[in-house]
Design a protein around this ligand. Sequence first.
Ligand SMILES: [Zn+2]
Length: 71
Amino acid sequence: MAVEAKIGTTCFHCGDKVEETPYVLDSHTFCCLGCQTVYQILSQNNLESYYRYNTHPGKSQKLTEAGSLLS
Ligand SMILES: [Zn+2]
């Protein structure tokens, strides 16, 4: 079986549903560029253990962006 990015999976960072074209990095799927960027920063700084001790610890960056647009 081929390994493909699955549509309808969840964001590796925040756990949100990923329904549209997902952002994929290192075989992990993200709901938005914000979540992917946070993961990228963590992994570049060898902080991937963050995910080992927290299940979907991140907040959706999409919601953060939407909130700042409203204020
Ligand atoms: Zn996310």
